[in-house]
Design a binder for this molecule. Structure first.
Ligand SMILES: [Mg+2]
Length: 276
């Protein structure tokens, strides 16, 4: 045999998997960020908004742990407590985190402009709608209720607490594949506002689209983002595009309002036999 032959999927997109905070609701991904700041403040170790956001996308307990592994936070913790943060400290902060997050979620649960329209357009194209999130199930009960009231109801929602590990592992995406009964995996597109969320989709073998403006990368509610100096917004926007493209995102756009042309492009590429 001189030749080998490769099988390639050249059909349509079958499912789109959407992140929650910063992707479909909570412009700026504010709800978790403010609570991470509060739980560290309660330990006598103030952290900046940037430090609070650095690990965004991960399971919330892992996120708390990763903040404590940042060099700057480690040294402040050492100074305050005379030792580095340990598992018991993470447990204590996570125990603080859960009720604080549950309490304030609904303040940040407004749908992101364009999300309902994008989901409707996907559905018209026959795409199923799945979702993944670093939130725990009890938090998602609140977000899902608020989303439904605003007209958004995905066919499947998988939380970090439902699978062996959250992002960047592919398990939440793959559980959506099972829930939605989609095949092959390469017929799915993962859309997210964080780098770990893009990695999650890539690790699952999916196409990925990063959202640069509406989520964790800029990290501001829409009205505050609009107040930024145009040059400052452009600087942050460029940084977000670069980070997400360098993480391997197939496409990066400003927000979910801009994704439909990317889905067209992905379908054209699949028709030519390209793979994610
Ligand atoms: Mg997000």
């Amino acid at each position: 045999m001189t030749f080998t032959y490769q099988r390639r999927y050249c059909g349509k997109i079958q499912a789109v998997l959407l992140d929650w905070a910063g992707t479909t609701m909570d412009y700026g991904c504010m709800a978790p960020a403010v609570v991470f700041i509060e739980v560290y403040r309660r330990q006598g170790v103030p952290i900046t908004m940037e430090e609070a956001r650095a690990p965004m996308g991960a399971h919330k307990r892992v996120h708390i742990q990763k903040i404590g592994q940042l060099d700057t936070v480690r040294s402040r913790w050492q100074e305050k407590h005379g030792k580095l943060p340990a598992e018991a400290d993470v447990d204590r902060m996570f125990a603080d985190f859960v009720p604080l997050q549950l309490d304030c979620l609904s303040q940040y649960s407004a749908m992101i402009p364009g999300a309902l329209e994008a989901v409707a357009a996907m559905r018209r194209r026959g795409m199923k709608i799945g979702s993944t999130t670093g939130y725990l199930r009890e938090m998602m009960d609140i977000n899902m209720r608020d989303a439904k009231r605003q007209g958004y109801e995905p066919d499947s929602t998988v939380c970090a607490s439902d699978v062996p590990a959250g992002r960047p592992y592919p398990y939440m995406c793959l559980q959506n594949v099972i829930n939605l009964q989609v095949s092959p995996v390469a017929a799915c597109v993962k859309i997210d506002d964080t780098v770990p969320g893009i990695e999650e989709g890539l690790n699952a073998g999916m196409w990925t689209i990063g959202l640069a403006l509406s989520g964790n990368e800029i990290g501001l509610p829409l009205d505050e983002m609009r107040k930024l100096e145009p040059s400052e917004l452009e600087r942050r926007r460029n940084r977000a595009y670069t980070r997400m493209l360098q993480a391997g995102g197939h496409y990066v756009v400003d927000s979910i309002a801009d994704v439909m042309p990317c889905l067209d492009a992905i379908e054209e590429r699949m028709a030519r036999g390209e793979r994610p």
